[in-house]
Design a protein around this ligand. Structure first.
Ligand code: SAM
Length: 259
């Protein structure tokens, strides 16, 4: 198994990251200008993107050379660049999970940038486990939520992106029906990103019991409010009934470590 090499950062070098893609903002130009001005009053180690403005942070994601390469290689749109911190959370959880028994799973894959960033961080084409990637691909079943490119033929484009990645298993179809006949017995890493409470609960119902002790469950939208809040509201009682609390993250994600 190839784990990314640790490279010590220079003690005094701090990265800043400013990428003006945020969501749920009424006047993005004014908002970005105001944040820029606010950032000029802050000490270094600034992060601004994806609704997350922080300063005086180590920004460790940019010190991790293997991650930076994997992330950059898989940026195909503004959103992929903006979600760097979310991707680093996936990458570091994957670093842990790849050393456990069980496969990797992502529910809600779109163009595959999240899956491919994780695989590239952990060996690329030599990624050592099956990585199951479930999506309808050619269309988005969530009303009004279609992403750029989702149309007939999109699945084949995503397949092409993974040419030579023997570990990847792209499963095209509607969750939860698509789990029938194409589902791992044991799961070390489960990333759910369906933008839709009903499908996310259905995925948990089918997959959570297969997550191995010490395995990780990451909910991409858990801590996002407004149009995404229905997901948290559905997931909290589901986990509570199993004696789990989801840990919310400032990135908007939530996560659980399976016992
Ligand atoms: C936010 S995107 C996923 C982004 C991806 N995780 C990434 O890191 O780039 C959500 C995806 O969920 C898929 N989706 C939503 N509901 C689904 C369902 N019931 N079955 C299969 N796919 C679904 C959509 O087609 C869409 O591609």
């Amino acid at each position: 198994m190839t784990l990314p090499k640790y490279v010590a950062p220079k003690p005094r070098a701090l990265m800043n990251f400013f990428w003006p893609t945020s969501w749920m903002v009424s006047d993005p130009d004014r908002f970005n200008a105001l944040i820029k001005e606010a950032a000029s009053l802050c000490e270094g180690g600034i992060h601004f993107a994806d609704n997350l403005f922080t300063w005086a942070r180590n920004n460790s994601l940019f010190d991790d050379v293997a991650f930076r390469e994997a992330w950059e290689r898989n940026v195909v749109n503004d959103a992929d660049r903006a979600v760097a911190w979310r991707r680093y959370f996936l990458a570091t959880m994957a670093y842990h999970a790849v050393q456990l028994p069980g496969d990797f799973v992502e529910c809600g894959v779109y163009a595959g940038s999240g899956v491919k960033t994780v695989m590239d961080y952990l060996g690329g084409k030599a990624f050592p486990k099956p990585f199951w990637a479930y999506d309808t691909y050619d269309y988005n079943p969530v009303e009004g939520h279609a992403f750029d490119g989702q149309r007939p033929g999109f699945f084949e484009e995503v397949e092409k992106r993974f040419e030579g990645y023997a570990g990847v298993r792209l499963v095209k179809g509607l969750i939860p029906d698509s789990f029938a006949g194409a589902c791992p017995e044991a799961i070390a890493y489960l990333h759910i990103d369906l933008n839709n409470a009903e499908a996310e609960i259905a995925a948990l119902e089918h997959l959570f019991d297969r997550v191995v002790p010490g395995g990780v469950v990451i909910l991409d939208d858990y801590e996002w409010a407004n149009m995404y809040r229905t997901q948290k509201l559905a997931e909290d009682p589901w986990f509570d009934a199993r004696r789990y609390r989801v840990t919310p993250l400032p990135t908007g994600q939530g996560f659980v470590i399976k016992r």
